[in-house]
Design a protein around this ligand. Structure first.
Ligand code: GLN
Length: 325
């Protein structure tokens, strides 16, 4: 039971009204030139409930690219295909205090492997696993199929402009990847350009807040079926085991908001993953999935208004996972 009632449309409208002014405090990412065209004052939120409810407000059906939120899906797919042992032999499970695209720790850490799968280096290693055997298209297809089943629409596609823009300007990611190949973290037989292509395309998949809320709810329910179709079957059946959903959830708590993950968990207390296009997926286990779009981001790369809306929701509805009440 929810101590403060259910989250309805009115509550969401009030959140958008209250936090839209905070979009002025952030900046739209422009290091991927195509992202700079986004309206900085856009703000949307969608909430999917365990009871099958779905409410949204603001710019909740505006499409944007997944960016780093794709990292939770690629991690889940890799964990499924290769198992936790192999995945975590390539990438760590410790939070990072450096920015998401930092290269510095790749040389200084003993094992050279990236700190976690939520920073760029870590996600690129995961992409190298999925593109192994020279089949990056199959890896992308697996990612798209997984997302399609979770969000219940099969027209998910790569935003070509963002993808090309990122590919053209992605030299830092290219540097991370080649560096990791030189240290053996990325296997010698992996084609780095193919791996990067898979990574860029996964980041460029188009979604909206409603999609993100469904992804949040999927994890909130540990990958178990939330909504049966008319014929009694379930699209999300068998995508992931509760154990793997638990691993992804835990990594989201410790690393999902980049180098602000500690502060975010202290204030909001929910697993979440953000992307530089301004999206955030968050969830309250067994209860709600949240999808947010607020492209004005802070220095760490998190939506300024989005984080505040989640903080408000968590406080108002008593959602913090570490609660004395
Ligand atoms: N595609 C972006 C990049 O590689 C993703 C980063 C992000 O969302 N933080 O830079």
């Amino acid at each position: 039971a929810n101590p403060a009632g259910i989250i309805g449309k009115d509550a969401l409208a009030e959140l958008i009204r209250r936090y839209r002014p905070y979009t002025k405090q952030g900046k739209v990412a422009d290091y991927i030139p195509e992202l700079a065209y986004t309206n900085p004052h856009a703000l949307g939120i969608a909430v999917a409930g365990a009871d099958g409810s779905l409410v949204h407000e603001g710019d909740a059906t505006t499409r944007f690219t997944l960016q780093s939120i794709s990292k939770i899906i690629t991690l889940m797919v890799a964990l499924n295909d290769y198992g936790p042992e192999r995945v975590f032999s390539k990438v760590g499970m410790e939070p990072s205090v450096d920015p998401f695209n930092s290269i510095v720790k790749l040389e200084t850490l003993d094992q050279k492997k990236p700190l976690n799968p939520m920073i760029n280096a870590g996600a690129i290693v995961i992409a190298s696993l999925l593109s192994a055997g020279g089949n990056p298209d199959e890896g992308l297809q697996r990612i798209c199929d997984t997302i399609s089943r979770i969000i219940g629409r099969n027209d998910i596609r790569v935003d070509q402009k963002v993808y090309q823009s990122e590919r053209k300007t992605g030299d830092r990611n290219r540097a991370l990847a080649y560096f990791m190949k030189s240290t053996g973290v990325i296997d010698a037989d992996v084609d780095v350009e193919e791996t990067l292509d898979l990574y860029f395309k996964a980041c460029s998949l188009e979604v909206d807040c409603v999609d993100l809320a469904k992804i949040g709810l999927f994890f909130a329910m540990w990958g178990k079926c939330v909504q049966k179709q008319d014929d009694g079957t379930c699209l999300t059946e068998g995508i992931v085991s509760p154990r793997i959903a638990q691993i992804v959830t835990t990594i989201m708590i410790t690393s999902g908001m980049y180098n602000h993950s500690g502060e975010f968990f202290l204030k909001v207390g929910l697993p979440a993953k953000s992307g530089v296009s301004g999206g955030i997926v968050a969830f309250a286990p067994n209860r709600y999935g949240f999808g947010i779009f607020g492209p004005a981001i802070d220095a760490a790369g998190n939506s300024v208004a989005g984080v505040r809306m989640l903080e408000d929701l968590s406080r108002t509805f008593g959602l913090h996972l570490v609660s004395p009440y």
